[in-house]
Design a protein around this ligand. Structure first.
Ligand code: SF4
Ligand code: MG
Length: 334
């Protein structure tokens, strides 16, 4: 199967600090084409950093990335250029990602040209532009092509950003909170569009979100991130209905109620305490200061990933004895 993986111990230098911050550590994950993988966590958990590492916006200081089974080397060369084309990032804020002085036509033409997909001649370019807008359901396309970003709604702008990413003919879309800045009433429409594109274009989608309820609806697989580490994974139904890791349980317990969410009244952090600083994360299990089930060993020993039933796993000492520790992918931190 074609797959896309980043190996553990991916670390990165956070911009604008002089200190090395291990924002992401042990974030081994695999994305499959034709599926959506949700990466869920609070702000500051490192989930956006994972997307930026995968998009090669930040350098990996250790670990590796594979695309279609081939390791990807940063820098230059044909394989790197092809990687950057195949793996496209969609940002949270469609206002910030589109240049306000340029039209939709400009943004999409530029994407097609950069990726050598503009075609030969005006007529073919026009056809390709129309096809991109049809793909993201901005129809009829001629009504949108010559509009500026400020003439579009937030949802329409996000669709243009998605169309621009599709201009590269990607295999992987990294969608970093793609609907969290949009009106609640149009979020579902944009998620459904991404779902449709995943099926029709056979894309692997990484859906980054703080909203675990949307992961259940939208993603095949759900991964939960805490303080720079992925602490639980499995199919979305299992992880959201039978969360194994105490942090996932806390996330679900403090998730906004759908009715309150519809009223635009989303409570922030009803859980116990705040996520830790990544500059000096707690020893042992990083969740231990907030964990209601913490044991003595949790303070000093880092829990490995334990395999549970049905493909679910959790990095938590509660499963030592009931789960199977994965020795293969749990080597020492570099
Ligand atoms: Fe809680 Fe210990 Fe499990 Fe960490 S390893 S989540 S502290 S029980
Ligand atoms: Mg973020």
């Amino acid at each position: 199967t074609k797959h896309f993986a980043v190996r553990r111990n991916a670390r990165d230098l956070l911009a604008r600090t002089r200190r090395t911050v291990h924002a992401v550590d042990d974030a081994s994950l695999q994305l499959r084409r034709g599926t959506v993988t949700a990466l869920v966590g609070e702000s500051g958990s490192g989930k956006s950093t994972v997307a930026r590492l995968l998009a090669q916006l930040y350098p990996l200081t250790s670990g590796e990335i594979h695309l279609n089974g081939q390791p990807v080397k940063a820098g230059r060369g044909r394989s790197f250029r092809s990687y950057v084309r195949r793996v496209q990032l969609i940002f949270q804020d469609p206002f910030a990602s589109l240049n306000p002085v340029h039209t939709v036509r400009y943004h999409l033409t530029r994407s097609l040209k950069i990726h050598g997909r503009a075609g030969s001649g005006e007529a073919e370019l026009e056809q390709n532009l129309t096809a991109l807008l049809n793909r993201v359901q901005l129809t009829p396309p001629h009504q949108y092509l010559d509009k500026f970003p400020h003439e579009l709604s937030g949802g329409q702008r996000q669709r243009v950003a998605i169309a621009r990413a599709l201009g590269a003919d990607p295999q992987v879309l990294l969608a970093d909170e793609p609907v969290s800045m949009l009106d609640v009433s149009i979020r579902l429409g944009v998620l459904n569009l991404l779902k449709d594109l995943k099926d029709r274009l056979h894309l692997a989608i990484l859906y980054i979100t703080h909203d675990i309820a949307s992961a259940r609806y939208f993603a095949d697989t759900t991964l939960v991130m805490y303080a720079g580490r992925i602490v639980e994974g499995g199919d979305s139904e299992t992880v959201t209905q039978r969360p194994a890791h105490p942090y996932t349980q806390l996330l679900i317990a403090s998730a906004p109620h759908p009715d309150r969410q519809a009223a635009g009244d989303e409570p922030e952090d009803q859980g116990t305490g705040e996520p830790p600083s990544l500059i000096d994360p707690p020893a042992g299990c990083r969740f231990h200061p907030r964990c209601p089930k913490a044991m003595e060993r949790c303070r000093t020993e880092l829990p490995p990933r334990f395999d549970l039933a049905d493909g679910q796993w959790a990095a938590c000492w509660l499963y030592d004895g009931t789960g199977t520790a994965r020795t293969d992918d749990h080597e020492k931190e570099a």
